[in-house]
Design a protein around this ligand. Structure first.
Ligand code: DAT
Ligand code: MG
Length: 138
């Protein structure tokens, strides 16, 4: 069983899409292990997205991620990482396949409704980033 981290971004929370995103995720066989709502500080957001530091969109991304509360979700399931990425669709909602979360609900390449870990190693790090030691109790 693999784990991954989902974030419902500020545009998703703002538009009451929390239940809808979780419904899609759960109906695709991913199980919620832990969940919480929080507002990211600028420092935390910059740390979480540190691989993108220096890129042209970094400032816009951080401004967006601190603009309102997010819901962070620890998920588990078979091939959880790739499964979530598939359900989410491509980064730019305009390029995402029909039926994916980003295609259906994303507003633009910044306000794209959800984050999902991109590989199992990053998933572990991201789960630890938000859930700390409780991430290793199971
Ligand atoms: P993903 O979220 O699909 O893993 P990523 O890790 O490359 O994509 O980038 C993280 C976030 O940064 C992405 O969800 C939205 C933003 N972003 C990425 N590329 C962008 C671009 N070309 N213009 C604006 N924002 C971008
Ligand atoms: Mg990514």
């Amino acid at each position: 069983m693999e784990e991954t981290l989902l974030i419902i971004k500020p545009d998703g929370v703002q538009r009451n899409l929390v239940g809808e995103v979780l419904r899609i995720v759960e109906s695709n066989g991913l199980q919620i292990v832990n969940i919480k709502m929080l507002k990211l500080s600028r420092e935390k957001a910059e740390e979480f997205y540190s691989v993108h530091k220096g890129k042209s969109f970094f400032e816009r991304l951080i401004n967006f991620m601190v603009s309102g509360p997010v819901v962070v979700v620890r998920l588990k399931g078979k091939n959880a990482v790739s499964k979530l990425r598939k359900i989410m669709g491509r980064t730019d909602p305009n390029e995402a396949e029909p039926g994916t979360i980003r295609r259906m609900y994303g507003l633009d390449v910044t306000r794209n409704t959800v984050h999902g870990s991109d590989n199992p190693e990053h998933a572990k790090k991201e789960i630890h980033f938000f859930f700390g030691e409780e991430a290793w109790e199971r």
